[in-house]
Design a protein around this ligand. Structure first.
Ligand code: NAD
Length: 518
């Protein structure tokens, strides 16, 4: 598939996906031009070239999208769930047909290497299949009643339009985690994508809109491009959006969750991570090295599950860290559209500045750079945002290692006992993903027991990154506590109703209460 020229690829995929130089920015049954004065500029971080201009939505646009979405919900919620699932299956097929071109748009707009761009679309296809199966499994419980001739059960009902606000780094997959599950549950969805990845959202929406039209489905999927502080804020404060699923930074999540809680709405929060791996002297070091490299370097360190801290057994520390440096020196950094590239660009100039600031701060705090630390310019891609993957020896003194910097910076720590390793591991405010590499069953269990990893995801002998869609995804502490997609996460997109039914000829009361007129 190799073609390294962003503009040539842009021309080809724009034609295939029906994308334009100027896009209207809102889909709500039909495409509507955003009427705020703002234009969202989609640029490629690969070389800084323009991809498209997108009209941003105004408050009036937002109100009309909510109205349309509510009407769509009212119709859709009455469609039997398995029929809803059949529609999502068709959406999956359409995404499969467009996989190559959509994956390339992801690579162009957010700089993912080709295999990761394609993987992002595959994830949407997989979630679609998962949601289709789920549409026949939205089970409730039956409960034994203490009253004679009574039946108790719980049922799960749709809730209405769900607001889905997404981050730039998984510009389409995260939408599908929420939207396909919400749709089979009978909800409609209003998507506010990141302004850094609005073109990907438009490309995905065009495919989905064509399936909705062909299948005569009410516009259950709406997309509204606009500023976070404007449209995102409206969603979080809107009483008519019962559930807001937010994926993004801890700082933004904190604002959103306050707004949603203020009006007693429900939020599903998928916030930042600061993921650690413990590498024991009892590990298969080959597997540990591969897992660490993928975790630390994939998506140029811009995954919520990126490995940011390696906590290494002092018995192997020196050798392992030296081999890690050797591996880093063999990593190809550059054009993500070129075969063999493992690390593409950061998303924008701002991300590069944060990378530089964090490294300077880490050094001030006593951290020692073991590898990298520099911004790099790549010949022919001078407008792109490339940095060297960086390893910093932290060992207890580098406070900034407690923060998530969205860049390929890995802090290394040394430990003597497994208890110390777990203590270092759990010493950060975030709690998304974690891993231990060991072949010792006692160490594994120490990591998996209640005093072990405090994260939502705990892996043994595999990376912190690259979660499968079947498991509930999300984390604890500052990561927000939300769960999207797998396991029973579907319950987050529905409301539970407990039903008690009396089919007898008297009215017995619970707890033997007597209530008789004298
Ligand atoms: P961000 O917080 O800057 O933006 C996320 C979204 O929020 C965007 O759509 C943005 O426009 C919107 N937004 C901004 N201000 C808002 C406001 N005041 N009200 C409502 N919405 C607002 O995050 P980002 O830089 O796009 O993404 C990176 C972050 O996302 C990282 O912290 C990463 O760990 C996190 N993330 C978490 C997960 C997870 O599942 N836990 C997955 C992907 C990304």
């Amino acid at each position: 598939m190799e073609n390294k020229d962003t503009q040539k690829i842009r021309k080809e995929v724009f034609q295939k996906l029906g994308l334009n130089e100027v896009e209207k920015g809102i889909f709500s049954g039909s495409w509507i031009k955003g009427t705020s004065e703002k234009i969202i500029k989609s640029k490629s971080p690969i070389d800084g070239t323009d991809l498209s201009s997108i009209n941003a939505a105004s408050e009036d646009n937002y109100k009309s999208v909510v109205k349309t979405s509510r009407r769509a919900y009212e119709e859709w919620s009455e469609v039997p769930a398995p029929k809803r699932g059949e529609f999502i299956k068709k959406v999956s097929t359409a995404l499969e047909d467009a996989k190559r071109d959509l994956g390339l748009i992801v690579s162009l707009e957010v700089g993912k290497v080709i295999t990761e761009g394609q993987g992002e679309i595959q994830e949407m296809i997989d979630v679609g299949h998962y949601a289709t199966g789920l549409s026949r499994q939205l089970f409730g419980l039956t409960i034994a009643s203490e009253r004679p001739n009574h039946r108790m059960f719980e049922q799960w009902l749709p809730v209405g339009p769900v607001g889905v606000i997404t981050a730039f780094n998984f510009p389409s997959a995260v939408w599908s985690w929420n939207s396909f599950i919400a749709a089979v549950c009978g909800d409609s969805v209003i998507w506010k994508p990141s302004s850094k990845a609005a073109l990907t959202a438009i490309a995905v929406t065009k495919i989905v809109a064509s399936v909705m039209e062909k299948e005569s489905i009410p516009p259950i999927f709406s997309t509204i491009c606009g500023g976070g502080a404007e449209i995102g804020d409206l969603i979080s404060k809107d009483q008519s959006i019962p559930i807001v699923s937010f994926t993004g930074s801890v700082a933004t999540g904190r604002k959103i969750s306050k707004n949603v809680a203020e009006r007693f709405g429900r939020s599903i929060l998928e916030l930042g991570g600061n993921n650690g791996v413990i590498i024991s002297s009892k590990a298969d070091e080959n597997i540990a090295m591969k897992g660490l490299l993928f975790g630390a370097l994939a998506t140029a360190g811009q995954r919520c599950t990126t490995t940011r801290r390696a906590i290494v057994d002092s018995a192997i520390y020196k050798r392992f860290v030296s081999q890690l440096k050797d591996s880093y020196s063999n990593v190809k950094i550059g054009n993500p559209l070129e075969n063999g590239t493992l690390v593409g660009p950061l998303i924008d100039e701002d991300a590069v500045k944060k990378y530089q600031k964090t490294i300077a701060e880490a050094q001030n705090q006593g951290g020692k750079i073991l590898f990298g630390g520099n911004v790099i310019k790549i010949k022919g891609l001078e407008g792109g945002f490339y940095v060297e993957p960086t390893i910093i020896e932290a060992n207890g003194k580098v406070k900034i290692s407690e923060e998530e910097t969205f860049a390929p910076i890995l802090y290394v720590f040394k430990y003597d006992t497994i208890e110390e390793a777990i203590r270092i591991h759990n010493s950060v405010p975030q709690g998304l993903s974690s891993a231990i590499f060991t072949n010792d069953i006692r160490e594994e269990e120490a990591f998996l027991c209640s005093t072990g990893s405090d994260c939502g995801i705990a892996n043994v002998n595999t990376s912190t990154a690259g979660a499968e869609i079947g498991g509930a995804f999300g984390g604890e502490k500052n990561t927000g506590g939300g769960r999207e997609s797998g396991s029973d996460a579907w319950k987050g997109y529905m409301r539970r109703q407990t039903v008690s039914k009396n089919y007898g000829k008297t009215l017995p009361l619970s707890q033997n209460v007597e209530f008789k007129l004298s």
